[in-house]
Write a protein that binds this ligand. Structure first.
Ligand code: IVH
Length: 671
């Protein structure tokens, strides 16, 4: 039985957490200036989720937790925009921009005006509707008049607030904001790498990835894709009036809507051309794709006066960049072997500069892609960079063929270990059949140690390759038998780096169930599926015991994924490795039950060494009683627990008057 007092307490804590999370969202996404670590943020989120799980009636539709969770749709509904979403006319060089400026000047007579220049984001145009500050509907641009209802998908975009900030000034009764959903280059590269490994079709560029993710009928898939948004226009706005476009962007920002920081006011067209040049140089440093600048007359009154023509405003123009493509020659095609044994053909080309970056390799993905594009050795090709990823061959210039070009077929034997290569009938990917293939072993171990998995600092792929080549690592379980004295004998290792690696392996032994499951590298089990499994099952043994039917019944796990999990865990070799990993000291936290306990809301910081307790044990004790442990002293901390040889945290705590307790007192509180 939950008594009323608990619920009241929970409601208060949940409200406090929501405010905090919203504040940190604003700091992170809009101001780009976070105040807390990702870990601390995750902790706030998790705590709020726990409370809402225990008291579902406390969930509000605009709670920061409500970013995922809606069930999949059968199809998208349609939404008619209250004002059409226009498109832009393009300019491809400075002459065309100067002509545009001339037209604007002619139409405005002798009126003074200025421009706002902003990046043209290469993503998917969208509209989000806020009623009384609460996000109620999202749609795609569609044909400009009618778009698709993507409310639930848009809700999952982390940088789109579910509620406007009241601190940002009077909230309009109705605000339709427009902007671009995009995928950051890094997220795009990661997504494609995963898809490639798992034999799924890769996205050609971040824009396609963003559009594909937004058009998912299951919002949970969208949520797993790490999308972002920039807002740059308004449809209908009731209860808000702006004089200029730049004022509107300022208001957006204050309301917590993410606005692109690379925005400039330009008083002349020459300034706009200079801005275009400088942004083109900066382009590759940005973590999102842009394909030009958009130049807009700043005054909204003058915008209205200029009006529109054939669905494009007369007051704006897109001034495009040079495309990130170049022409070069395919000298060779090599084959790489990935974690799942997938053989990926890679074209080796004459080095060429593509949008400021020297390029000499391009992925060819698989045999079907080679056949589809008909890429041959010796071909002249157009290469393109999409984001910061491995470049791609867009097309072959067949008119350049001499007749000496050679067709390429993926070999029937693995180029690394010589074993047979198999291609499943329904797959585009060929795989090495030898699970002990050194290439597979290396990639499997690197994946296991990687950041999102066991997060073993210092065990990057170079070191893994070396350790496998030296025979020190054969499976992931061998990581836990590495000894400092073996490492120091090897090249690249000194006493200190060896000690550091051993320490991070030790530190990494404590993990969570979802990380461990993800780390195993089961095909089709990415971070998201691993989380789903960890939520559904209390332990790894329970996942191992689960029957195929039981796995398929889990909402987010389809038959292919279920089959992959089921067979992986039943292979002797894998079962043995898992057993060894656990026997060698890897432990994980099970999903912690909600502890609305005596320490709910209390924050502890530890400094110095305790006599009878390890930090990790003390932390567990606090968390089991509903409290939490912070790494640094701030006004939010309730207790600083001081052991022997305390650090500077003690003085800091003294300065701001936080209660300092010793080990004995701590034990009393937690007993
Ligand atoms: S303003 C009436 N600003 O470009 C003007 N559009 O070709 C409406 N786009 O559909 C658009 N970045 O998807 C504007 N900073 C920006 C933009 C931008 C990207 C896209 C948008 C639009 C397309 C027009």
């Amino acid at each position: 039985m939950i008594d009323l007092a608990d619920k009241k307490k929970a409601a208060k804590e949940a409200a406090g957490l929501r405010d905090k999370i919203r504040h940190h969202n604003y700091r992170y996404h809009v101001l780009d200036s976070p105040e807390i670590s990702d870990k601390e943020y995750d902790r706030l989120m998790r705590r709020l989720e726990e409370i809402e799980q225990l008291f579902p009636e406390l969930v509000t539709p605009d709670s920061p937790t409500q970013k995922v969770g809606a069930p999949p749709l059968e199809e998208f509904g349609s939404v008619t925009h209250s004002l059409p979403m226009l498109s832009l006319q393009n300019a491809f060089n400075s002459d065309e921009v100067v002509l545009f400026d001339g037209r604007v000047k002619k139409l405005l007579g002798d009126k003074e005006f200025e421009y706002v220049a902003e990046p043209k984001i290469d993503g998917l145009a969208m509209e989000a509707v806020y009623r009384d500050g609460v996000f109620v509907q999202g749609s795609t641009r569609g044909d400009g008049v009618t778009g698709e209802d993507i409310t639930e998908n848009l809700r999952t975009v982390r940088s789109l607030p579910l509620r406007l900030r009241k601190a940002g000034g009077k909230i309009p009764s109705l605000l339709e904001v427009r902007g671009e959903v995009y995928m950051a280059k890094r997220d795009f590269a990661e997504l494609n790498m995963r898809r490639e490994e798992e034999g799924e079709q890769v996205f050609a560029n971040p824009r396609n990835a963003a559009a594909g993710s937004m058009r998912q009928l299951d919002p949970r898939v969208t949520a797993s894709r790490n999308l972002d948004v920039f807002l740059y226009a308004a449809g209908t706005a009731e209860g808000a009036a702006f004089e200029t476009h730049s004022d509107m962007l300022e208001a957006f920002k204050a309301w917590g809507l993410r606005v692109n920081p690379e925005t400039r006011i330009c008083s002349t067209i020459d300034e706009a051309v200079t801005f275009h040049e400088s942004l083109e140089t900066k382009r590759k440093k940005l973590d999102y794709e842009i394909d030009g600048i958009v130049l807009k007359v700043n005054s909204l009154a003058l915008q209205r006066e200029l009006g529109e023509i054939s669905r494009s405003p007369r007051w704006a123009i897109a001034y495009k960049f040079e495309p990130e493509q170049a022409i070069t020659l395919v000298k060779d095609i090599i084959v790489q072997v990935g974690r799942t044994g997938a053989l990926t053909p890679v074209a080796i080309m004459d080095p060429v500069n593509v949008g400021g970056v020297e390029v000499e390799r391009a992925t060819l993905h698989n045999q079907d892609e080679i056949d589809r594009k008909d890429v041959r050795l010796g071909d002249t090709v157009v290469v393109q960079r999409a984001g910061d990823v491995i470049p791609e061959i867009v097309e072959v210039l067949k008119e350049k063929r001499t007749g000496r070009e050679k067709k390429f077929t993926i070999p029937e034997r693995c180029p690394v270990c010589g074993s047979d290569v198999h291609r499943a009938p329904d797959e585009a990917v060929s795989r090495c059949s030898n699970m002990s293939c050194p290439a597979i072993v290396k990639r499997t171990i690197s994946h296991f140690a990687s950041k999102g998995a066991m997060d073993i600092d210092g065990l990057g792929w170079r070191i893994v390759d070396q350790l496998v080549d030296e025979g020190l690592l054969k499976t992931v379980a061998d990581i836990y038998t590495l000894r400092q004295e073996d490492l120091v004998k090897m090249e690249r290792f000194a006493e200190r780096s060896a000690a550091n690696l051993i320490r991070s392996i030790e530190d990494g032994k404590k993990t969570s169930l979802s990380r461990l499951v993800y780390a195993l590298g089961i095909r089709h089990v990415g971070v998201h599926v691993a989380r789903v499994l960890a939520e559904r099952f209390p332990s790894l043994e329970d996942i191992e015991r689960a029957g195929l039917e039981e796995l398929i019944e889990i909402k987010e796990i389809g038959p292919i994924v279920a089959e992959s999990i089921y067979t992986f865990l039943r292979q002797d070799r894998n079962a043995q490795v898992i057993e060894q990993v656990l026997a060698r000291g890897v432990t994980y936290e099970k999903a912690a039950p909600l502890g609305l306990g005596p320490l709910t809301g209390k924050v502890f910081v530890f400094t110095g060494t305790m006599k009878s307790l390890k930090r990790s044990e003390a932390k567990k004790m606090v968390e089991a009683l509903g409290g939490r442990v912070a790494s640094g002293v701030s006004s939010k901390v309730d207790y600083v627990v001081a052991g022997a040889d305390p650090g500077s945290k003690l003085a800091e705590a003294g300065k701001i008057g936080i209660e300092i307790i010793n080990e004995e007192a701590f034990k009393k509180i937690t007993s």
